[in-house]
Design a protein around this ligand. Sequence first.
Ligand SMILES: [Zn+2]
Length: 264
Amino acid sequence: MTNNEQHNKDIDEIKEIAGYLWERGWAERNGGNISLRLKTWDGKITSELVPIADIPTNLAGSILYISGTGCRMRDLARYPFKHGAVIKISDDVAGYRFLECGQDGTNVKPTMELGSHLELQAKMVASNPEYRAVLHTHPIELICLSHNPKLARDPEKLRTMLWSTMPESRVFLPRGVDLTEYALPGSTQLSKLTGSALDNFDVILWEKHGALATGRDMVEAFDFIDVANKSATIILKCMAAGFTPEGLSQDNLEEMERILINKL
Ligand SMILES: [Zn+2]
């Protein structure tokens, strides 16, 4: 794939996924934020250095697409560079500069969650550099389940319930969903809880707030949350119909683990 083809694929996927987030009702107002580490970008530098403290050193020279502060996903889906920006981290990690990316000359200030995105991106560079996408959104049914005090205090039970709604959940969420206790949005505490949970799980559900996933691209990150939210929807529909879903048995789940997951 040439650089241009890769650019087009990345940006097309960002637009596609931002549109899904809005259509599903997961992105009210300016809810959610995304970042994608780009392999290359041809645009020239268009700004002075914007200093930021504590950028991890392994992000030196990295180029990222990042959603803009206060931006709406429904707008970003149509105009990704009016509601997001391409930035390059300086080689001395003292800050970032904007790169030219078309549409118009205005540089869009990155999301207030930029610091958390940089921490998670740095973790991916260190442990799994193929992973380039970070997606945070507000999936309705998963958030509903996180309001259930029993499930919120028992992430293992929640994880098993989500896995057991249908075989695909067990297969396409191989490491499952974790739930982190409520923490202030944008706080260092939330970012640290998320970072360590991502070492072991595919989707991190933030109690009474939303979900975050990473992936090799934006489509993969979206798919993790989409599958988990489908399971949450099944659980809630069963409960609304007046019964608790029986779920696949432990034996069913273990069989899939042995036979299907190891073949992926
Ligand atoms: Zn949020």
